[in-house]
Design a protein around this ligand. Structure first.
Ligand SMILES: [Zn+2]
Length: 369
């Protein structure tokens, strides 16, 4: 029996332990990927410590479980029906899995599959455990198997550490696309210096934003973000008081911005989003992709009159991942800004500490099995 090392969680609130388990064989339409880097989600400790009280509509994998959401590596073996991907290919594994046969899947709308599931994290429907049974491997292991349709082929210019950020980058990219964000348009990123907000900034620059307003609390991080494109980026310090929509209105002759990307996470106050929505121009679109959980008292009548949209956006498609790989190869998407912190498989518990102590979105904590 061939084996591999995998970091597994055995009990709620427990530490990860590195176990020797059987090396899986790829089924006909699967690939076996040797993991070179896997991102560490800032929220992961919250999940593993609160297994029993986690949202019942977001099923977690049965224990023992291999976590690890954003894996990148080298294809080690392919199934018998796989033709265009070969051993040795460098890939990012999109962890968004779907059942493959429901109405949404047959419409090529995998994210809206009722069983949509994050490989190595959590699921979104009662069908998720069935998917975990088929794909129980996250990125905190030496290898994983994944459907070949989940792979984004990486150009040589994208490192594995950078690719381990594709989850956050793709979430931001898909949010911008759902807002029909177009070259020359303007944008407000609420929470620009965070892990997701910095992704939105990099993608908006790549997509030809003419002006980007970004909020944050940490002056140093805001300065660092502005330095990426000083003429196009306008920072707004939240702790300075006042309202962000007034800053945006003043700077746009009262017009407002085309798009708001709301990246604030659970625990952020509803007022922050309500203030940001007021920065939208007539017909503007707000996209929530950060996990803001406070109930929002929205006024539907003014929203109707001003044709405003408030859209929820989750994750991104493999096709959008391919777009990002192409933009990175072309040099329009700059992935050089990340400061990588690497941890071995035996150091996952330290990696979780490091991600909690991160220096805003610039820090990229990865596990390198
Ligand atoms: Zn489906």
């Amino acid at each position: 029996m061939k084996t591999m090392q995998a970091a597994r969680l055995h009990q709620e609130g427990g530490a990860f332990s590195v176990d020797t388990i059987e090396l899986p064989d790829p089924r006909p339409t699967d690939v076996l990927v040797q993991v070179k880097a896997c991102g560490v989600v800032p929220n992961l400790r919250n999940v593993v410590n609160h297994y029993s009280t986690w949202f019942p509509f977001l099923p977690l994998p049965k224990l023992p479980a291999i976590y690890g959401l954003d894996a990148a590596g080298v294809v080690a073996a392919v199934g018998s029906n796989v033709t265009a991907i070969k051993p040795g290919d460098r890939v990012y594994v999109n962890p968004g899995l779907s059942c493959g046969s429901c109405t949404a899947c047959r419409r090529n709308d995998q994210i809206n599959c009722p069983a949509f599931t994050f490989q190595g994290y959590f699921g979104f429907g009662p069908g998720s455990q069935q998917i975990y049974d088929k794909y129980p491997y996250g990125g905190f292991a030496e290898h994983l198997i994944a459907p070949v349709s989940s792979l984004v082929r990486l150009p040589e210019s994208v490192t594995f550490d950078q690719a381990a950020r594709f989850g956050y980058l793709g979430t931001a990219y898909s949010a911008l696309r759902k807002a029909n964000f177009a070259p020359g348009q303007t944008l407000l990123i609420n929470g620009m210096t965070g892990t997701l907000g910095l992704g939105a900034l990099l993608l908006a620059l790549a997509m030809g934003a003419s002006r980007i307003f970004g909020t944050g609390r940490n002056e140093d991080l805001l300065r660092k973000a502005k330095a990426l494109a000083p003429d196009r980026i306008h920072t707004i310090t939240l702790s300075a008081g006042g309202s962000m929509h007034e800053v945006v209105r003043d700077a746009t002759d009262g017009y407002g911005v085309d798009v708001l990307i709301e990246t604030l996470g659970p625990g952020a106050p509803a007022e922050a989003t309500l203030d940001a929505i007021k920065a939208l121009r007539r017909g503007g679109k707000a996209v929530a992709c950060g996990g803001m959980a406070d109930p929002l008292p929205l006024d539907p009548f003014p929203m109707m009159c001003q044709q405003l949209s408030y859209i929820g956006s989750l994750w991104f498609s493999t096709a959008e991942g391919e777009d990002m790989a192409a933009m990175a190869q072309a040099g329009t998407l700059d992935l050089s800004v990340f400061e990588h912190q690497r941890f071995g498989l035996t150091e996952i518990n330290e990696a979780l500490d490091a991600v909690e102590a991160r220096n805003g979105g610039f820090t990229n904590v990865v596990v390198t099995p």
